[in-house]
Write a new protein. Structure first.
Length: 277
């Protein structure tokens, strides 16, 4: 029986993972922003399901909750950063408050959870950190610049942390889902107030994100099962791609990036220092 710490367990992949883990007998320490949203799971699973109220933008509270979970449960085998939301709209259309909240939740909150968990994982001699990202952490679409900013930022952070903590037996996995049939697009997703200047530009594409006539490809239950299974893989897969759309977007973006960079090998080297050392 493993003990998992998962942020944002009230809906989406967080909820699907929690249900799968509890069903198979693991313990879950989950956090929610909306109190009462997982009362059904608490009633069904009792002490197997530990819950705390947490807004990951409250960085001191993040550490308090992680420490409390550790103290009460005795160990944390897998720590999953799942809490987050989408913010779509051209950069110019967003308010300052929207920018701050998006980065605070999707980037700073995830960083805080990792920093709070690492001392405990080191003490117990290992564990696994899992970051729920998106294919948008490696590829971009117009109209999602701030969402990409947070996801690209957390992917860089997690990739570097993976190298820092490997000597302690701590594995890191960045999960790259494509679109999933959750309430991500229809619940927490925020859209900027549109500016007419962007009406006929690529950035306007995201204004239809909440159109229910265009369902996402991904099955959240299958995605949750794949994430849970990956936690047992050794060595930890640094990236876990979920969905044919995610695979397509990521591989296309990486190929395009290489095509832009590789022709510059000679001109890049031309700026090297060639004088006396």
């Amino acid at each position: 029986m493993a003990t998992w710490f998962i942020t944002g367990v009230n809906s989406g992949l967080g909820r699907a993972m929690t249900e799968r883990l509890l069903e198979r007998g693991d313990r879950v320490a989950g956090t929610v922003r909306r109190e009462g949203s997982v009362d059904d799971l608490r009633a069904k699973y009792g002490d197997q399901f530990w819950v705390a109220h947490l807004d990951v933008r409250d960085l001191p509270r993040v550490r308090e909750v992680v420490d409390l979970a550790w103290d009460e449960l005795g160990r944390l085998d897998v720590v999953v950063n799942n809490a987050g939301y989408g913010l779509f709209g051209a950069a110019e259309e967003l308010t300052d408050a929207q920018v701050v909240d998006q980065i605070g939740t999707n980037l700073l909150g995830s960083i805080a959870v990792v920093r709070a968990a690492l001392p405990h994982l080191r003490v117990q001699g290992g564990g696994r950190l899992m970051q729920i990202s998106t294919y948008g952490g490696l590829a971009t679409n117009p109209g999602a610049s701030l969402y990409h900013a947070g996801k690209w930022g957390i992917e860089g952070f997690m990739e570097s942390v993976a190298k820092e903590v490997a000597p302690f037996g701590i594995g890191v996995t960045i999960v790259e889902p494509g679109g999933a049939r959750t309430e991500f697009r229809f619940g927490s997703l925020q859209l900027a107030t549109p500016m007419t200047a962007y009406d006929d530009t690529p950035a306007a594409m995201v204004r239809g994100a909440q159109d229910r006539s265009r369902p996402s490809l991904g099955d959240p239950v299958k995605m949750a099962e794949r994430i849970v299974a990956a936690a047992d893989e050794e060595p930890a897969p640094l990236r876990l791609v979920l969905g044919s759309d995610a695979y397509r977007f990521i591989t296309t973006a990486l190929r395009e990036r290489l095509a832009q960079v590789e022709p510059q090998e000679r001109t890049a080297a031309a700026t090297d220092w060639v004088g006396p050392q």
